[in-house]
Ligand binder design. Structure first.
Ligand code: NAP
Ligand code: GFB
Length: 323
Protein backbone atom coordinates (compact mmCIF):
# COMPACT_ATOMS: atom_id res chain seq x y z
CA UNK A 1 0.00 0.00 0.00
CA UNK A 2 0.97 3.65 -0.05
CA UNK A 3 3.41 3.40 2.90
CA UNK A 4 6.13 5.11 0.87
CA UNK A 5 6.54 8.71 1.97
CA UNK A 6 7.42 10.85 -1.02
CA UNK A 7 9.83 13.61 -0.08
CA UNK A 8 8.94 17.04 -1.36
CA UNK A 9 11.38 18.25 -4.00
CA UNK A 10 13.95 20.74 -2.73
CA UNK A 11 13.73 24.09 -4.50
CA UNK A 12 16.36 26.62 -3.43
CA UNK A 13 15.65 30.22 -4.31
CA UNK A 14 18.71 32.49 -4.25
CA UNK A 15 17.82 36.18 -3.99
CA UNK A 16 20.61 38.40 -5.30
CA UNK A 17 21.61 35.50 -7.55
CA UNK A 18 23.14 37.81 -10.18
CA UNK A 19 25.63 39.49 -7.81
CA UNK A 20 29.14 38.68 -6.60
CA UNK A 21 28.11 36.09 -4.02
CA UNK A 22 25.13 34.78 -6.03
CA UNK A 23 27.34 34.06 -9.05
CA UNK A 24 29.83 32.25 -6.82
CA UNK A 25 27.08 30.03 -5.41
CA UNK A 26 25.83 29.38 -8.94
CA UNK A 27 29.35 28.31 -9.93
CA UNK A 28 29.62 25.89 -7.00
CA UNK A 29 26.14 24.49 -7.69
CA UNK A 30 26.61 24.07 -11.43
CA UNK A 31 30.33 23.37 -11.81
CA UNK A 32 31.55 21.86 -8.53
CA UNK A 33 28.80 19.32 -7.95
CA UNK A 34 27.13 21.51 -5.32
CA UNK A 35 23.69 20.52 -6.53
CA UNK A 36 22.32 17.27 -5.11
CA UNK A 37 19.96 14.94 -6.92
CA UNK A 38 16.35 16.10 -6.82
CA UNK A 39 17.26 19.70 -6.14
CA UNK A 40 16.26 22.67 -8.23
CA UNK A 41 18.14 25.96 -7.86
CA UNK A 42 16.71 29.31 -8.97
CA UNK A 43 18.93 32.41 -9.13
CA UNK A 44 17.05 35.70 -9.06
CA UNK A 45 18.12 39.18 -10.11
CA UNK A 46 16.27 42.45 -9.53
CA UNK A 47 14.82 41.99 -13.03
CA UNK A 48 12.82 38.99 -11.76
CA UNK A 49 11.41 40.97 -8.85
CA UNK A 50 12.19 44.23 -7.12
CA UNK A 51 12.24 42.89 -3.56
CA UNK A 52 11.72 46.36 -2.10
CA UNK A 53 8.14 45.84 -3.32
CA UNK A 54 6.01 43.42 -1.27
CA UNK A 55 3.74 42.54 -4.22
CA UNK A 56 6.65 41.64 -6.50
CA UNK A 57 8.25 39.61 -3.71
CA UNK A 58 5.04 37.66 -3.23
CA UNK A 59 4.66 37.09 -6.98
CA UNK A 60 8.14 35.61 -7.33
CA UNK A 61 7.60 33.26 -4.36
CA UNK A 62 4.23 32.27 -5.87
CA UNK A 63 5.99 31.52 -9.17
CA UNK A 64 8.79 29.35 -7.76
CA UNK A 65 7.32 28.01 -4.48
CA UNK A 66 10.77 27.53 -2.85
CA UNK A 67 11.37 25.17 0.06
CA UNK A 68 14.71 26.85 0.94
CA UNK A 69 15.98 30.41 0.46
CA UNK A 70 19.49 31.85 0.37
CA UNK A 71 18.85 35.54 0.84
CA UNK A 72 21.64 37.68 -0.62
CA UNK A 73 19.73 40.52 -2.30
CA UNK A 74 20.69 43.86 -0.82
CA UNK A 75 21.66 47.37 -1.68
CA UNK A 76 25.43 46.91 -1.45
CA UNK A 77 28.43 49.18 -1.96
CA UNK A 78 31.87 50.24 -0.81
CA UNK A 79 32.71 52.75 1.90
CA UNK A 80 32.25 55.89 -0.21
CA UNK A 81 28.78 54.94 -1.53
CA UNK A 82 27.65 54.19 2.03
CA UNK A 83 28.88 57.59 3.21
CA UNK A 84 26.75 59.30 0.54
CA UNK A 85 23.58 57.21 0.89
CA UNK A 86 23.03 55.99 4.46
CA UNK A 87 19.29 56.64 4.31
CA UNK A 88 18.80 54.72 1.06
CA UNK A 89 20.82 51.78 2.41
CA UNK A 90 18.68 51.74 5.55
CA UNK A 91 15.30 51.96 3.81
CA UNK A 92 15.92 49.61 0.87
CA UNK A 93 17.51 46.93 3.00
CA UNK A 94 14.86 47.06 5.73
CA UNK A 95 12.17 46.61 3.09
CA UNK A 96 13.98 43.88 1.13
CA UNK A 97 14.71 41.87 4.29
CA UNK A 98 11.23 42.18 5.76
CA UNK A 99 9.60 41.27 2.43
CA UNK A 100 11.80 38.23 1.89
CA UNK A 101 11.59 36.85 5.45
CA UNK A 102 7.86 37.37 5.89
CA UNK A 103 7.02 36.01 2.42
CA UNK A 104 9.27 33.00 3.07
CA UNK A 105 7.37 32.40 6.30
CA UNK A 106 3.97 32.74 4.61
CA UNK A 107 4.98 30.26 1.89
CA UNK A 108 6.21 27.72 4.45
CA UNK A 109 9.90 27.96 3.50
CA UNK A 110 11.67 25.63 5.92
CA UNK A 111 15.11 27.23 5.92
CA UNK A 112 16.42 30.70 5.12
CA UNK A 113 20.11 31.63 5.21
CA UNK A 114 20.54 35.42 5.03
CA UNK A 115 23.71 37.43 4.73
CA UNK A 116 24.87 39.95 7.34
CA UNK A 117 28.33 41.59 7.19
CA UNK A 118 31.22 42.09 9.60
CA UNK A 119 30.88 45.88 9.16
CA UNK A 120 27.66 45.81 11.23
CA UNK A 121 29.46 45.08 14.52
CA UNK A 122 29.97 47.86 17.08
CA UNK A 123 32.64 50.36 16.13
CA UNK A 124 34.00 50.76 19.64
CA UNK A 125 34.63 47.22 20.75
CA UNK A 126 37.23 44.74 21.85
CA UNK A 127 38.97 42.51 19.30
CA UNK A 128 38.56 39.97 17.92
CA UNK A 129 34.84 40.39 17.29
CA UNK A 130 32.63 37.34 17.72
CA UNK A 131 29.02 36.44 16.90
CA UNK A 132 27.68 37.41 20.34
CA UNK A 133 28.65 41.09 19.95
CA UNK A 134 26.37 42.28 17.11
CA UNK A 135 24.07 44.44 19.22
CA UNK A 136 26.58 45.63 21.82
CA UNK A 137 26.95 49.24 20.59
CA UNK A 138 26.54 51.57 17.61
CA UNK A 139 28.12 50.53 14.29
CA UNK A 140 30.73 52.64 12.48
CA UNK A 141 29.25 55.98 11.47
CA UNK A 142 30.15 55.57 7.77
CA UNK A 143 27.60 52.78 7.19
CA UNK A 144 25.13 53.02 10.06
CA UNK A 145 22.09 52.77 7.71
CA UNK A 146 23.09 49.44 6.16
CA UNK A 147 24.30 48.12 9.51
CA UNK A 148 21.09 48.77 11.40
CA UNK A 149 19.03 47.23 8.58
CA UNK A 150 21.26 44.15 8.59
CA UNK A 151 21.20 43.84 12.39
CA UNK A 152 17.41 43.56 12.20
CA UNK A 153 17.73 40.34 10.17
CA UNK A 154 19.27 38.76 13.26
CA UNK A 155 16.45 40.11 15.43
CA UNK A 156 13.83 38.87 12.96
CA UNK A 157 15.41 35.43 12.74
CA UNK A 158 15.12 35.03 16.49
CA UNK A 159 11.53 36.28 16.43
CA UNK A 160 10.51 33.87 13.62
CA UNK A 161 12.02 31.06 15.65
CA UNK A 162 10.43 32.17 18.95
CA UNK A 163 6.95 32.68 17.51
CA UNK A 164 6.80 30.05 14.75
CA UNK A 165 9.76 27.70 15.26
CA UNK A 166 11.27 28.73 11.91
CA UNK A 167 14.89 27.86 11.13
CA UNK A 168 15.87 31.21 9.64
CA UNK A 169 19.53 32.02 10.25
CA UNK A 170 22.35 34.20 8.94
CA UNK A 171 26.01 34.14 7.99
CA UNK A 172 28.41 37.04 8.62
CA UNK A 173 31.04 37.35 5.89
CA UNK A 174 33.97 39.74 6.10
CA UNK A 175 34.94 41.72 2.94
CA UNK A 176 34.14 39.64 -0.13
CA UNK A 177 35.71 39.86 -3.60
CA UNK A 178 35.99 37.79 -6.77
CA UNK A 179 34.65 37.39 -10.32
CA UNK A 180 31.38 39.25 -11.06
CA UNK A 181 32.07 41.83 -8.35
CA UNK A 182 31.00 45.43 -8.86
CA UNK A 183 34.21 46.97 -10.26
CA UNK A 184 32.80 50.51 -10.37
CA UNK A 185 35.49 52.98 -9.31
CA UNK A 186 33.18 55.29 -7.34
CA UNK A 187 30.82 52.77 -5.76
CA UNK A 188 32.66 49.45 -5.53
CA UNK A 189 34.44 47.84 -2.60
CA UNK A 190 38.15 48.37 -2.18
CA UNK A 191 39.62 45.41 -4.10
CA UNK A 192 37.28 45.57 -7.08
CA UNK A 193 37.55 49.38 -7.36
CA UNK A 194 41.34 49.19 -7.13
CA UNK A 195 41.60 46.38 -9.69
CA UNK A 196 39.64 48.52 -12.16
CA UNK A 197 41.65 51.64 -11.26
CA UNK A 198 44.97 49.81 -11.72
CA UNK A 199 43.87 48.39 -15.07
CA UNK A 200 42.84 51.90 -16.20
CA UNK A 201 46.00 53.56 -14.87
CA UNK A 202 48.12 51.02 -16.74
CA UNK A 203 46.21 51.63 -19.98
CA UNK A 204 46.37 55.41 -19.63
CA UNK A 205 49.89 55.66 -18.24
CA UNK A 206 48.70 57.51 -15.11
CA UNK A 207 49.38 56.82 -11.41
CA UNK A 208 47.12 54.58 -9.34
CA UNK A 209 45.24 56.70 -6.81
CA UNK A 210 44.54 54.71 -3.63
CA UNK A 211 41.97 56.35 -1.32
CA UNK A 212 43.09 56.99 2.25
CA UNK A 213 46.31 56.09 4.03
CA UNK A 214 46.48 52.36 3.29
CA UNK A 215 46.76 51.54 7.01
CA UNK A 216 43.23 50.16 7.71
CA UNK A 217 43.15 46.39 8.01
CA UNK A 218 40.68 43.92 6.50
CA UNK A 219 40.01 40.18 6.32
CA UNK A 220 39.12 39.36 2.72
CA UNK A 221 37.22 36.24 1.72
CA UNK A 222 37.21 34.96 -1.87
CA UNK A 223 33.65 34.71 -3.21
CA UNK A 224 34.03 31.07 -4.27
CA UNK A 225 35.09 30.09 -0.72
CA UNK A 226 32.09 31.97 0.65
CA UNK A 227 29.80 30.28 -1.88
CA UNK A 228 30.96 26.84 -0.68
CA UNK A 229 30.47 27.87 2.95
CA UNK A 230 26.96 29.24 2.41
CA UNK A 231 25.89 25.99 0.74
CA UNK A 232 27.33 24.14 3.74
CA UNK A 233 25.28 26.43 6.04
CA UNK A 234 22.11 25.73 4.07
CA UNK A 235 22.58 21.98 4.47
CA UNK A 236 24.27 21.56 7.85
CA UNK A 237 24.11 24.65 10.05
CA UNK A 238 21.15 24.28 12.42
CA UNK A 239 21.57 27.28 14.74
CA UNK A 240 19.44 30.43 14.58
CA UNK A 241 22.38 32.45 15.90
CA UNK A 242 24.60 33.68 13.07
CA UNK A 243 28.06 32.44 12.17
CA UNK A 244 31.07 34.49 11.04
CA UNK A 245 32.51 33.38 7.70
CA UNK A 246 36.06 34.61 7.57
CA UNK A 247 39.69 33.73 7.16
CA UNK A 248 41.65 33.71 10.41
CA UNK A 249 42.83 36.78 12.31
CA UNK A 250 46.37 36.00 11.17
CA UNK A 251 45.26 36.49 7.56
CA UNK A 252 44.11 40.09 8.07
CA UNK A 253 46.08 42.49 5.82
CA UNK A 254 46.45 46.25 5.48
CA UNK A 255 44.95 48.00 2.44
CA UNK A 256 48.55 48.79 1.45
CA UNK A 257 49.43 45.07 1.43
CA UNK A 258 46.33 44.33 -0.66
CA UNK A 259 47.33 47.07 -3.13
CA UNK A 260 50.76 45.45 -3.45
CA UNK A 261 49.09 42.15 -4.41
CA UNK A 262 46.92 43.87 -7.04
CA UNK A 263 49.77 45.81 -8.65
CA UNK A 264 51.91 42.67 -8.70
CA UNK A 265 49.11 40.68 -10.36
CA UNK A 266 48.55 43.40 -12.98
CA UNK A 267 52.26 44.20 -13.33
CA UNK A 268 51.88 47.93 -12.55
CA UNK A 269 54.14 50.52 -10.96
CA UNK A 270 53.22 54.00 -9.68
CA UNK A 271 50.93 54.11 -6.63
CA UNK A 272 49.85 57.27 -4.76
CA UNK A 273 47.91 57.33 -1.46
CA UNK A 274 45.37 60.17 -1.22
CA UNK A 275 45.33 60.79 2.52
CA UNK A 276 42.68 63.53 2.20
CA UNK A 277 40.08 60.76 1.71
CA UNK A 278 38.44 58.82 4.54
CA UNK A 279 39.99 55.59 5.83
CA UNK A 280 36.65 54.35 7.11
CA UNK A 281 36.79 51.77 9.89
CA UNK A 282 40.41 51.14 10.90
CA UNK A 283 39.76 47.48 11.55
CA UNK A 284 36.96 45.03 12.29
CA UNK A 285 38.99 41.93 13.08
CA UNK A 286 36.62 38.97 13.29
CA UNK A 287 37.14 35.64 14.99
CA UNK A 288 36.32 32.51 12.97
CA UNK A 289 36.56 30.06 15.91
CA UNK A 290 32.89 29.07 15.62
CA UNK A 291 33.28 28.24 11.93
CA UNK A 292 36.48 26.34 12.71
CA UNK A 293 34.67 24.25 15.33
CA UNK A 294 32.30 23.05 12.58
CA UNK A 295 34.82 22.96 9.72
CA UNK A 296 38.36 22.69 11.13
CA UNK A 297 39.88 21.84 7.75
CA UNK A 298 38.03 24.16 5.37
CA UNK A 299 40.70 25.33 2.89
CA UNK A 300 40.52 29.09 2.25
CA UNK A 301 42.09 30.19 -1.02
CA UNK A 302 45.27 32.17 -0.22
CA UNK A 303 44.64 35.90 -0.72
CA UNK A 304 47.44 36.45 -3.21
CA UNK A 305 46.18 33.63 -5.41
CA UNK A 306 42.54 34.75 -5.16
CA UNK A 307 43.47 38.35 -6.05
CA UNK A 308 45.44 37.10 -9.05
CA UNK A 309 42.47 35.00 -10.24
CA UNK A 310 40.13 37.99 -9.81
CA UNK A 311 42.49 40.28 -11.76
CA UNK A 312 42.70 37.67 -14.55
CA UNK A 313 38.91 37.36 -14.60
CA UNK A 314 38.51 41.14 -14.79
CA UNK A 315 40.95 41.56 -17.67
CA UNK A 316 39.46 38.62 -19.60
CA UNK A 317 35.86 39.66 -18.96
CA UNK A 318 36.23 43.43 -19.13
CA UNK A 319 33.33 43.73 -21.61
CA UNK A 320 30.80 42.07 -19.31
CA UNK A 321 32.22 43.20 -15.96
CA UNK A 322 30.21 45.70 -13.92
CA UNK A 323 32.29 48.84 -14.23
P1 NAP B 1 26.15 42.58 -5.34
O1 NAP B 1 27.21 41.97 -6.19
O2 NAP B 1 25.99 44.06 -5.37
O3 NAP B 1 24.77 41.90 -5.71
C1 NAP B 1 23.58 42.36 -5.14
C2 NAP B 1 22.48 41.45 -5.58
O4 NAP B 1 21.25 41.92 -5.00
C3 NAP B 1 22.27 41.47 -7.11
O5 NAP B 1 21.86 40.20 -7.52
C4 NAP B 1 21.15 42.48 -7.27
O6 NAP B 1 20.38 42.28 -8.46
C5 NAP B 1 20.32 42.16 -6.03
N1 NAP B 1 19.46 43.27 -5.65
C6 NAP B 1 19.82 44.50 -5.25
N2 NAP B 1 18.73 45.26 -5.02
C7 NAP B 1 17.65 44.48 -5.27
C8 NAP B 1 16.26 44.68 -5.23
N3 NAP B 1 15.72 45.85 -4.88
N4 NAP B 1 15.45 43.64 -5.57
C9 NAP B 1 15.97 42.46 -5.94
N5 NAP B 1 17.28 42.20 -5.99
C10 NAP B 1 18.12 43.20 -5.67
O7 NAP B 1 26.33 42.20 -3.82
P2 NAP B 1 27.11 40.99 -3.15
O8 NAP B 1 28.46 41.50 -2.79
O9 NAP B 1 26.96 39.76 -3.96
O10 NAP B 1 26.31 40.84 -1.78
C11 NAP B 1 25.51 39.71 -1.47
C12 NAP B 1 25.20 39.71 -0.01
O11 NAP B 1 26.40 39.61 0.73
C13 NAP B 1 24.51 40.99 0.47
O12 NAP B 1 23.49 40.65 1.37
C14 NAP B 1 25.62 41.75 1.15
O13 NAP B 1 25.11 42.61 2.14
C15 NAP B 1 26.44 40.62 1.71
N6 NAP B 1 27.86 40.96 1.97
C16 NAP B 1 28.65 41.41 0.96
C17 NAP B 1 29.96 41.74 1.24
C18 NAP B 1 30.90 42.25 0.19
O14 NAP B 1 32.05 42.61 0.53
N7 NAP B 1 30.52 42.31 -1.08
C19 NAP B 1 30.47 41.57 2.55
C20 NAP B 1 29.63 41.08 3.54
C21 NAP B 1 28.31 40.78 3.24
P3 NAP B 1 20.81 42.99 -9.86
O15 NAP B 1 22.02 42.25 -10.33
O16 NAP B 1 19.65 42.79 -10.74
O17 NAP B 1 21.10 44.42 -9.52
O1 GFB C 1 35.66 47.75 0.72
P1 GFB C 1 35.55 49.07 1.32
O2 GFB C 1 35.01 50.16 0.46
O3 GFB C 1 34.64 49.10 2.58
O4 GFB C 1 37.05 49.46 1.80
P2 GFB C 1 34.84 48.83 4.13
C1 GFB C 1 37.33 50.71 2.28
C2 GFB C 1 38.79 50.82 2.69
O5 GFB C 1 39.62 50.70 1.53
C3 GFB C 1 39.08 52.19 3.28
C4 GFB C 1 40.29 51.93 1.28
O6 GFB C 1 40.14 52.11 4.20
C5 GFB C 1 39.48 52.98 2.05
O7 GFB C 1 40.27 54.10 2.38
N1 GFB C 1 40.35 52.21 -0.17
C6 GFB C 1 41.48 52.53 -0.84
C7 GFB C 1 39.33 52.18 -1.04
N2 GFB C 1 41.20 52.77 -2.13
C8 GFB C 1 39.87 52.55 -2.29
C9 GFB C 1 39.00 52.62 -3.42
O8 GFB C 1 39.37 52.94 -4.54
N3 GFB C 1 37.68 52.31 -3.19
C10 GFB C 1 37.22 51.93 -1.97
N4 GFB C 1 35.93 51.60 -1.83
N5 GFB C 1 38.03 51.89 -0.88
C11 GFB C 1 32.43 48.12 3.84
C12 GFB C 1 31.11 48.72 4.18
O9 GFB C 1 33.35 48.78 4.59
O10 GFB C 1 32.50 46.76 4.17
C13 GFB C 1 30.06 47.94 3.60
O11 GFB C 1 31.05 50.06 3.77
C14 GFB C 1 30.33 46.47 3.32
O12 GFB C 1 29.00 48.08 4.47
C15 GFB C 1 31.79 46.01 3.33
O13 GFB C 1 29.58 45.66 4.11
C16 GFB C 1 31.99 44.56 3.64
O14 GFB C 1 35.54 47.55 4.40
O15 GFB C 1 35.41 50.03 4.78
Amino acid sequence: MGSEVKEAPIRVLVTGGSGLVGKAIEHVVQREGGKLEGEEWIFLSSKDANLVDAGQTRAVFEKYRPTHVIHLAAKVGGLYLHMRQNLQFLRDNIKINDNVLQTAHEFGVTKVVSCLSSCIFPDETTYPINETMIHDGPPHDSNFGYSHAKRMIDVQNRAYYRQYGRCYTAVIPTNVFGPYDNFNIENGHVLSALINKTHKAKKEGTPLNVCGSGTPRRQFIYSLDLGRLIIWALRKYKEIDPIIMSVGEEDEVSIKEAVEMIVAALDFKGTIFDTTLSDGQLKKTANNAKLRRYLPDFPFTPLKEAIRMTCDWFVENYDIART
